[in-house]
Design a protein around this ligand. Structure first.
Ligand code: PGA
Length: 251
């Protein structure tokens, strides 16, 4: 991760059998190579089942590899879970923690997310800590308050800014085709920056990604907003051309 370059991260979620995942990774690596200097860093986060295969596929490419979750412990009796060390062992550099789908589907609260982020840091991974308000919270005028609290509670205090990424993803924008306005994104990212500056070392160095229905059509205007350091892309990251078009929007 470079301090200056935006990060365009693909979250494949629970998608892709082996052949599809390998084909997608190969296409992204080829398009990234053909594009030359993109002006951003690229990352893909496949499901656990594909991490090892995709690692081999991306070995000689500029595309970084991450996973979508990790356990807070290093090892032990946690059936079905995967530790940050296991991901680092497969050459992951990043791991998403606290995605709203995990917060909702698995009841993960911010203190749990913070433990996972700390585990990722111990394993030498860069955690991408996700935060975002629900539609009801935004309608009630509580979006800034909710997200400020999530950042304070989900990002381990005192972390060095260059070793962590935050992703702001309004829950109502994920997978819906709706996005926050550039004004709302700007206000939220400024609020997140302020919290980070009081909470971690070198808070100015933490990239703050926007996520939620980022598409080739809207990426340009979202990525231009002050304090937007890249994008976390779900649906559109499953299409190599779309993913690269979003990356090219970084200019
Ligand atoms: P989406 O997902 O781009 O499909 O809205 C984003 C995310 O959940 O990370």
């Amino acid at each position: 991760m470079s301090a200056m370059r935006p990060l365009i991260a693909g979250n494949w979620k629970m998608n892709g059998l082996r052949q599809e995942g390998l084909t997608l990774a190969r296409a992204i690596a080829r398009l990234a190579r053909d594009a030359g200097n993109l002006g951003c860093d690229l990352l893909v986060c496949p499901p656990f089942t594909l991490v090892g295969d995709v690692a081999r596929e991306l070995e000689h490419s500029s595309v970084a590899l991450g996973a979508q979750d990790c356990h807070a412990e290093t090892k032990g009796a946690h059936t079905g879970d995967v530790s940050a060390e296991m991901l680092a062992d497969l050459r992951c550099r990043f791991v998403i923690v606290g995605h709203s789908e995990r917060r909702a589907d698995h009841g993960e609260d911010s203190s749990h997310v913070s433990s996972k982020a700390a585990a990722a840091l111990r394993a030498g991974l860069i955690p991408i800590v996700c935060v975002g308000e629900t539609e009801a919270e935004r309608d009630a005028g509580r979006a800034l308050e909710v997200v400020r609290r999530q950042v304070g509670e989900s990002v381990p205090g005192g972390t060095s800014g260059g070793r962590i990424v935050v992703a702001y993803e309004p829950v109502w924008a994920i997978g819906t085709g709706r996005t926050a306005t550039p004004e709302d994104v700007g206000a939220m990212h400024a609020a997140i920056r302020e919290v980070l500056q009081n909470h971690v070392e070198n808070g100015a160095d933490v990239p703050i990604l926007y996520g939620g229905s980022v598409k080739p059509q809207n990426a340009g205007e979202l990525l231009m907003v002050a304090e937007v350091g890249g994008a976390l892309v779900g649906g559109a990251s499953l299409d190599a051309e779309d993913f690269l078009t979003i990356a090219r929007s970084c200019g």
